[in-house]
Each structure stands twice: as structure tokens, then as C-alpha cells.
Design a binder for this molecule. Structure first.
Ligand code: ADP
Length: 228
């Protein structure tokens, strides 16, 4: 399902010693369906932005609106349920549960969402096949290569068919070829109308996105660029 993700006058100031750090200056933006790359130097505010969009962090001012929902008006548990229903996450490190197989890891969010076992199993299998891991369903995370583990993490992020997919350096730990494969798998939902927001340091990855936001000293600017 396509869901519009909006940041409205969103800002975040952190207390720091005697003073404060403005991690994100007031910022208004509608994340269009497709892939938005968030780029900028270390410490510029990229993670702050992603954490606010996810509802992991609370804005100092402004709102995050997803579809018709003001994310920070929900209760903590309401937000957790909302995330489960509408968000998928991919991080630099795959964050798979070590004692669960690939299949079980992908089923996990569906289990939390109360999807019946057989449907869970079928959907997880289909997603693992989609990321090319149909032969690895019973493997434990420790038995998988970095790229395979990241593909399992991607299958887990996508299995709930989220409208919003947030990714923090998902290709950062991978070699170029494997990174490109993971990027292709993130571009597919973006092309299908999901909203994918991806932090990346990799200019080649950013070049594949539909939109770029450049963050500098907490200021977010939309970058216009001509497609070649
Ligand atoms: P990036 O992801 O671009 O590396 P961050 O969003 O992590 O940047 O950080 C932006 C700024 O906010 C930095 O100056 C950082 O030190 C500060 N910052 C981030 N998180 C916190 C926090 N929890 N408390 C205090 N300052 C923070």
C-alpha cells in the first residue's frame, strides 16, 4: 500500500552539557513513493531524521504524518503496532535473531502481527525465494554470508508489505557486487510505489535513488538533479 510520509516543521534539539545541539533544523518535506537517498557527512543529522521518521525518537517540535496518522500522537504501544503494520527496517548490521533460522526470522514480524502459522510460513518462503534464498530457509544467521544475512533482513523487512521502508546504510558492510544486489532488492519495492528512505555514504547508491536529501549541520535540503 502506498502511504505518504510527511515531515512537517520537524526539528530535534538535544540537551548537551550546559547547552544544546540542534541535530535537525525545522524541516518540511513529503517523501514521495520511490526511493529517497539521505546523504551528508557524519554527525550532520541523518540518523536523527530517520529515528524521528520511525518514531523511535520524539521531535522537539513538528510532526511526522504517515497517511492520516500523526505518529507522535499515538501511545508508545500504538506506535509499535503502527510500525509493525506499516514500516520495514533494514540496518547496516542485519540484526537477525541468532537462535532463529532464516525462515523463522522472516516469520517473526508476522507472528507479532498475529498472522496464522500457515500463512506466515507461506509468505516467509515466498519472500525468501524473492531474495534468492529459497535454499537457505533452514540456515541459522551464523551459517549465512554477510550478503545472504542482509537479504534475509530485507525479506523480513518486506514480508509485512510495509508502505514505508527505512534503511540505514544497508549496503555499508557489503562488497560492491553484493551491495548492488541488496540495492536492487530495495529498488523493487520503491518502483512498486512504496516509500523507501535510505541513508547512504555511497554516491553510486544515492545516484540510483529517485530523490536525494542532503543534510548538513542539521539542515536538510532537497537536491534537484538531472537524470541522464
Ligand atoms: P549522522 O547520522 O548524520 O551521523 P546524527 O543524527 O547521529 O548524525 O547526529 C546529529 C547531531 O546530533 C550530532 O551533533 C550528534 O552528536 C547529535 N546527537 C545525536 N544523537 C544525540 C543524543 N542522543 N544526544 C545528544 N546529541 C545527539
Amino acid at each position: 500500500m502506498t502511504l505518504l510520509l510527511k515531515a512537517e516543521n520537524l526539528s530535534r534539539v538535544y540537551p548537551s552539557g550546559e547547552g544544546q545541539v540542534t541535530a535537525l533544523r525545522p524541516f518540511t518535506h513529503t517523501f514521495a513513493p520511490g526511493m529517497t537517498a539521505v546523504v551528508g557527512p557524519s554527525g550532520s543529522g541523518k540518523s536523527t531524521l530517520l529515528n524521528l521518521l520511525a518514531g523511535f525518537d520524539t521531535p522537539t517540535a513538528g510532526r511526522v504524518v504517515v497517511g492520516d496518522t500523526d505518529l507522535h500522537r499515538l501511545t508508545e504501544s500504538g506506535r509499535a503496532d503502527f510500525r509493525l503494520a506499516h514500516y520495514g527496517f533494514v540496518f547496516q548490521s542485519h540484526n537477525l535473531v541468532a537462535i532463529l533460522s532464516a525462515q523463522e526470522n522472516v516469520e517473526f514480524p508476522l507472528m507479532l502481527a498475529g498472522v496464522p502459522p500457515r500463512e506466515r510460513r507461506d509468505r516467509a518462503r515466498a519472500l525468501l525465494a524473492q531474495v534468492g534464498l529459497e535454499k537457505r530457509t533452514g540456515h541459522m544467521p551464523a551459517q549465512l554470508s554477510g550478503g545472504e544475512a542482509q537479504r534475509v533482513a530485507l525479506a523480513r523487512a518486506l514480508v509485512g508489505e510495509p508502505g514505508v521502508l527505512l534503511a540505514d546504510e544497508p549496503t555499508g558492510n557489503l562488497d560492491t557486487k553484493t551491495g548492488n544486489e541488496v540495492l536492487e532488492l530495495l529498488l523493487a519495492p520503491a518502483k512498486a510505489g512504496r516509500t523507501v528512505v535510505l541513508i547512504t555514504h555511497d554516491a553510486e547508491v544515492a545516484a540510483r535513488a529517485d530523490y536525494t536529501l542532503r543534510v548538513r549541520d542539521g539542515e536538510v535540503r532537497e537536491e534537484t538533479r538531472v537524470r541522464v
